[in-house]
Design a protein around this ligand. Structure first.
Ligand code: REY
Length: 426
């Protein structure tokens, strides 16, 4: 993204309350026997959600160009759903918290759960070379299964080149059906980004290989494993993996991709194979199911303790020391001292946040039916502070936006903040 967009997105991050400015929190505790920063031992008392603030964050998201946005919070006082704008621009149908949508990389958490169940069953080991299971697949025997799940393999993210031109890139793959091997080949056609294990670099290629491992070890298509190990077990009736199917069946949200050219019309991107992502990002779900899933995961209903602990072993993803990645799972440390666990998702036309508290008792799913629009993604992230910290985002008015865009960068963000990538949470 250009500097102007970067600066405005960075300021919106501060406005939304999810940006790097939100560092006031207790330092993470240590779990006995675990490495530093693993998990907090005691959670501070949680503020009540601020539902007006939640709506403000959604309104900021539509003000930033999303046709619609929604959030659904479950907590001790029950379920609260809020919507703004439309789920279908053609019919004008209102956004609906029951509707299904594409969850993008929240799929990575599902893939990780399946893989870690296989670890618990002793069918695969985290610190064994990927090539042990898939002989000759990768050019380096030192890359382990854990390196994939932590984004430390060094396998390049082929989607950066694939979607360098947003709409042409999307249209070129919208109906395509890739084999996993083809996607791995695209990644290996680029230089590797790090020596195995050395540093975090988010890459979809890692979770494509995770999908291959699951299919190899179980002998089944991954859809079957998602189904029997998670979807059926938790009764998630709105969650599916239909690849290479193109449709979202039932009540659903239409996704609208933002072209790179300012003022060009939005592209309805609802129907696509998502074959470019598969086990890294092709699932469909809805807010209630995502909350049920994240809550079940964090409260220990999907994995034995050893595997959940492994998943919660986190390292920072940036210099703010408020954002962490474990195994297919993020942790954000919010301004009020609460940590939330889950994943973000970006797939053409859809931004998703699905997060829960460490005990799984409070969960938020938020989504907007747009993408390639960093300001909307950042504004949507404001729902986390509203729901878990009771914190109001600033009101994003047209005037506010223009003064943001004209402000000198030094006034709004440090260079590190301004350099944050467009999907602010990779
Ligand atoms: C791919 C590009 C995003 C999306 C991605 N998503 O890696 C994974 C995730 C599954 O983390 C696209 N951006 C957009 C562009 C930028 O085309 N030129 O924003 O829709 O969820």
């Amino acid at each position: 993204m250009n500097r102007r967009m970067a600066v405005s997105a960075a300021l919106l991050a501060v406005i939304a309350g999810v940006g790097p400015a939100t560092t006031a929190h207790a330092s993470p505790g240590l779990r006995a026997g675990g490495p530093p920063g693993v998990a907090r031992t005691s959670a501070p008392a949680l503020p009540a959600p601020d539902l007006e603030a939640l709506v403000q964050a959604l309104t900021n998201t539509t003000a930033a160009g999303a046709p619609g946005a929604m959030a659904r919070f479950t907590g001790p006082d029950g379920v609260q759903g809020k919507t703004v704008g439309v789920r279908d621009k053609t019919t004008g149908a209102a956004m609906d918290t029951k509707a299904r949508f594409r969850i993008g990389s929240v799929t990575k958490t599902f893939s990780t759960v399946v893989l870690l169940q296989l670890v618990a069953e002793k069918k695969i080991e985290l610190d064994t070379s990927v090539n042990h299971y898939l002989p000759g697949l990768l050019p380096d025997d030192r890359i382990t299964v854990r390196h994939l799940l932590t984004h430390r393999s060094g396998l390049a993210d082929y989607t950066d080149a694939m979607f360098a031109d947003t709409v042409p890139g999307f249209e070129a793959v919208r109906n395509k059906v890739f084999g996993y091997e083809e996607l791995v080949k695209l990644s290996l056609g680029e230089p590797r980004t790090t020596e195995p294990g050395v540093s975090y670099k988010y890459s979809n290629a890692n979770f494509v290989v995770v999908g291959m491992l699951i299919e190899k070890v179980t002998g089944h298509p991954i859809a079957k494993e998602y189904d029997r190990r998670i979807i059926k077990r938790l009764g998630l009736r709105n969650t599916s993996y239909v690849h290479p199917g193109r449709e979202i069946k039932g009540l659903h949200v239409h996704g609208y991709l933002t072209p790179d050219e300012a003022g060009a019309p939005l592209v309805d991107s609802t129907e696509q194979t998502v074959s470019w992502a598969q086990s890294a990002g092709a699932m469909i779900s809805n807010p209630a199911d995502l909350s049920t899933f994240m809550s079940a995961l964090l409260s220990g209903r999907l994995l034995p303790t050893a595997q959940l602990d492994a998943m919660l072993t986190m390292t920072p993803t940036d210099t703010t020391n408020t954002r962490f990645y474990g195994l297919g799972l993020r942790r954000y440390d919010l301004s009020c001292g609460t940590s939330v666990y889950g994943h973000t998702g970006t797939v053409q036309g859809f931004y998703t946040y699905a997060f829960t508290t460490r005990d799984g008792k409070r969960s938020l799913t938020a989504m907007a039916n747009t993408s390639n629009r960093g300001q909307a993604n950042t504004a949507l992230g404001g729902t986390l502070e509203a729901a878990f910290c009771g914190k109001k985002p600033a009101v994003a008015t047209a005037r506010g936006f223009s003064s943001v865009l004209n402000a000198p960068s030094s006034a709004v963000a440090t260079p590190a903040e301004a350099d944050l990538p467009e999907h602010n949470a990779r």
